[in-house]
Design a binder for this molecule. Structure first.
Ligand code: ADP
Ligand code: ZN
Ligand code: ZN
Length: 823
């Protein structure tokens, strides 16, 4: 009986692909196995086996799997179930999910390299090959590694994979070479003495050997020190070669000389990439009475309901409560996933959690290199021991076993949602599904829960535990709303600062405290305009104006990265009359620096955190008070804990307040409450200044009074009236085309078809706020269905409509994609 594999390929196609499993691979090919397959005539992909069956497909000839890439599966069965759920729920292909889920190191594609196994003796090998095999091997001997495509090109052989397959099976040809190359555990060179530690005489002999060279003697002493050789109470420490060079202040030449004399020997050690572990761990901090009650409340809640919302004001000690829960779950032998919305948060939390959990803690997010991510993946795949994974949204894809608890911190954050590319998933909701597949509990934590979440928590769908006081009775900060129109009228403001904010900042800095300034725009100046003719620079690829970045003296598009030099004169009228207006973080930082020249100013935004370490450096600098004022975008609003911050300034709240979208009030309330929550978290009371031209705004009043319940009551009522989530569910359908006209036509046609089924539930098409991105025109159709409707049915209908239209010329040229539950 022959067997077939359904293989998920990294392609945006809505199905898996069937391949025959060759006899010799039958035993080891399993669900979750990684395989190399030929797709089309020329391409090769690494895919994942999603199912194995005996039904021969009809109507076409199935190709065999080309090779099995690992001895055992690399994806666990529950992961595949989650992928399938995501593809169904978010209306994308399993291949889209696969691409997002698996680190690149584990999925070489068409350009996959092949190489000959060096263990084979070539002469012997050739004697056993047929002509075409020999031809391929001959080509391969001339290259260290070569792609399949290249082999076909040079040999002129059309079906090289078929010929190569037995060679791969016999391990004559290796494909996993690429993987080994992309995924390579870090190797460190280490040094040790050649004599045993307990042999005093031998050590003296070594000192005799170096007695004529002061540097060699220094090296020896440095080694003894680093290794704790002479301390009988201490375990002998391994010493890195580089550490020895640094400590002794010697050149590699001197070390080499000592190796030649037989004093040192250098050896290689494969180390994992995880940070140095603390020598010992310590228990989590003792909880306060109120926190203990909250913890007990959560445990009670989990008895009846696997999902619980912890609604705790900023600084109430949610993180400490999580730590206690995590320890319980690890002690019970199960794993924990701890999700945070922003990579910058993992930095601060890593230290806090490492102290308690040591090497039980793994960290995972997209700023890690591919090697590091592959490391974490493999650790979880090959071990079932209790681990806690701290990560940003992509951590939901890891191969967990025995997951017992999922924590989604700052669950309201919109950064849990991936906008582009597919899968356009919300990591919070995906984590809830992941937890339920594992029978694990989920704790959602927030000071400002998402409206949908709070609705579920107050209508009995989730458990709810509230913490309304800060730890140690630290007070919530005083929030002042500053009327900037009034400030200008009275000429009180200086540049970006209202006088109250300026005075409070001066005072705080003078008394050794720190200040945080929040501006929700990066770059130097968001508006560039010609005073003479009104020209403004626009992106060549997108329907947005360009933002001026002073450091690089460039105009940049924040959507596609397009950049041009700032022209010296207006390109439209030729006058020297270009003005830059408005404030981004870069310019704010500059002004803050001018205003407070004796203090150190730092900046945290997308531009200053391009690499992983930058986050850590900025946060550490600010935490350790190497910096007095930090200017930042929303990156600084989320959950960071700085001890000495007593003043927070929101330089301009207006752009937050005036966003044309049903979530804008929620977003503004959350962001402002969160940024305010960074102030006065410890002993000193904090002060927050929100500068605005609209001081009467209702949202600002709720923020000022720290009134989440009031805000919620108001907001849920308006959602009910306007029939927005949680009372409905939204699916946005996007149509994308390089031709404006074709885009509009396809959108209209699609909307008409949708209306014939969904009627009034279809809104649009409408151009989105930014109607052209990266050379594509966009149209959006909103589908708003009752919360009680069957989403499975809705999605099935959507697919049917799409498939019935897919061949229509007017639709075919456009790309259509879905954004389910947009935030
Ligand atoms: P949240 O996550 O709710 O914003 P955190 O857990 O960050 O609050 O706590 C705020 C601050 O108070 C932190 O610096 C934390 O270390 C401290 N803290 C909270 N609970 C305790 C406790 N039980 N013992 C000592 N310090 C605590
Ligand atoms: Zn001009
Ligand atoms: Zn652009």
């Amino acid at each position: 009986m022959s067997a077939y594999a359904e293989v998920i390929l990294p392609l945006p196609l809505y199905s898996t692909f069937t391949y025959a499993i060759p006899q010799e691979m039958a035993e080891d090919t399993r669900v979750g196995s990684r395989v190399l397959v030929q797709f089309g005539r020329r391409k090769f992909y690494t895919g994942i086996v999603a199912a194995i069956h005996a039904d021969a497909p009809e109507g076409y000839e199935v190709k065999p799997l080309t090779a099995l890439l690992d001895p055992t599966p690399i994806v666990r069965y529950p992961q595949l179930k989650l992928w399938q759920w995501m593809a169904d729920y978010y209306l994308c292909s399993p291949g889209d999910v696969y691409k997002a889920a698996v680190p690149a190191g584990l999925k070489p594609e068409s350009e996959t390299y092949l190489s000959l196994n060096p263990d084979y003796d070539l002469d012997e090998l050739f004697s056993g090959l047929n002509e075409r095999e020999a031809e391929i091997i001959r080509i391969m001997t001339s290259e260290k590694k070569i792609t399949l495509q290249e082999i076909e090109k040079r040999s002129g052989i059309k079906n090289a994979p078929a010929i190569l397959r037995p060679l791969m099976e016999g391990n004559v040809v290796e494909v996993s070479e690429t993987v080994v190359e992309r995924y390579r555990p870090k190797i460190e060179r280490m040094v040790r003495l050649t004599v045993p530690r307990d042999d005093q005489d031998a050590l003296h002999a070594l000192f005799d050997l170096v007695s004529r060279s002061r540097r060699q003697e220094q090296a020896l002493v440095a080694y003894l020190d680093l290794s704790k050789w002479l301390n009988p109470m201490a375990k002998l420490q391994e010493v890195r070669r580089q550490a020895l060079l640094d400590k002794a202040g010697i050149t590699p030449g001197i070390l080499k000389a000592m190796q030649d004399k037989g004093i040192f020997e250098v050896y290689k050690k494969s180390i994992n990439r995880f940070q140095d572990m603390p020598e010992s761990t310590r228990p989590p901090m003792e909880l306060s009475e109120i926190q203990r009650e909250a913890l007990a409340g959560i445990r009670r809640s989990f008895r009846d309901n696997p999902i619980c919302l912890l609604h705790g004001v900023t600084g109430s000690g949610k993180t400490e409560i999580y730590t206690h829960l995590i320890r319980e779950v690890l002690d019970a032998g199960r794993q924990v996933l701890y999700l945070v919305p922003e990579i910058s948060l993992t930095t601060q939390l890593t230290d806090r959690l490492r102290r308690v959990f040591s090497d039980r803690l793994l960290v995972y997010h997209s700023k890690f290199s591919d090697n590091e991510r592959t490391d974490v993946w493999k650790r979880l795949l090959h071990g079932n021991e209790p681990m806690i994974v701290l990560g940003a949204r992509s951590a939901v894809f890891l191969p967990f076993a025995q997951l017992g608890l999922v924590i989604v911190d700052e669950e309201h954050e919109s950064s849990y949602k991936q906008y582009d590319p597919a899968p356009r998933y919300n990591a919070r909701d995906t984590a809830l599904m992941l937890a339920s597949m594992h029978g694990a509990n989920t704790l959602l934590g927030s000071a400002t829960p998402a409206i949908e979440t709070y609705y579920k928590a107050t209508t009995g769908k989730y458990g709810l535990v509230t913490l309304d006081r800060r730890h140690n009775d630290a007070l919530l900060p005083d929030i002042e709303i500053i009327d900037m129109k009034d400030q200008r009228k009275r000429k009180e403001n200086t540049g970006i600062f209202s006088s109250p904010l300026r005075l409070a900042t001066e005072e705080a800095l003078a008394s050794g405290r720190q200040a945080l300034m929040f501006q929700n725009r990066r770059g130097f100046a968001p508006f560039v305009i010609c005073r003479n003719c009104g020209w403004t620079p626009r992106c060549a690829n997108c329907d947005v104006s360009l933002v001026y970045h002073k450091h690089s003296d460039m105009l940049r598009c924040h959507y596609c990265g397009y950049a041009v030099m700032l022209p010296p004169v207006c390109p439209a009228c030729g006058e020297n009359s270009i003005d830059i207006q408005g404030y981004g973080t870069e310019r704010i930082a500059e002004e803050v620096h001018e205003r407070f020249p004796q203090y150190r100013v730092g900046r945290m935004d997308l531009d200053t955190t391009r690499n992983k370490d930058a986050y850590q450096e900025i946060i550490e600098d600010f935490s350790s008070h190497n910096m007095d004022i930090l200017v930042g975008t929303q990156m600084v609003t989320k959950g960071l804990d700085f001890e000495k911050v007593t003043v927070v300034g929101v330089l301009n709240a207006d752009s937050l307040l005036n966003f044309p979208d049903f979530r804008s009030d929620e977003r503004a309330f959350n962001m402002l409450s969160q940024v305010a929550g960074r102030a006065g978290r410890h002993a000193d009371k904090g002060r927050v200044f929100i500068q605005t031209n609209d001081p009467a705004s209702k949202v600002l009043d709720f923020v000022r009074r720290h009134d989440y319940p009031g805000f919620y009551a108001d907001e849920i009522e308006s959602r009910r009236q306007l029939q927005y989530p949680p009372f409905t569910r939204i699916i946005n359908i996007f149509i994308k085309n390089k031709e404006s006209h074709a885009c509009d036509e396809a959108a209209l046609l699609l909307a008409t078809h949708l209306r014939s089924t969904f009627g009034e539930r279809v809104l649009g098409p409408q151009k989105p706020l930014v109607s052209r991105v990266n050379t594509y025109y966009l149209q959006c159709i909103m589908l708003k269905v009752e919360a009680t409707a069957s989403m499975i049915k809705v999605k099935r209908i959507l697919r049917t409509i799409y498939e019935s239209l897919a061949r229509d010329q007017r639709i075919k040229s456009s790309t259509i994609y879905y954004d389910v539950d947009p935030v």
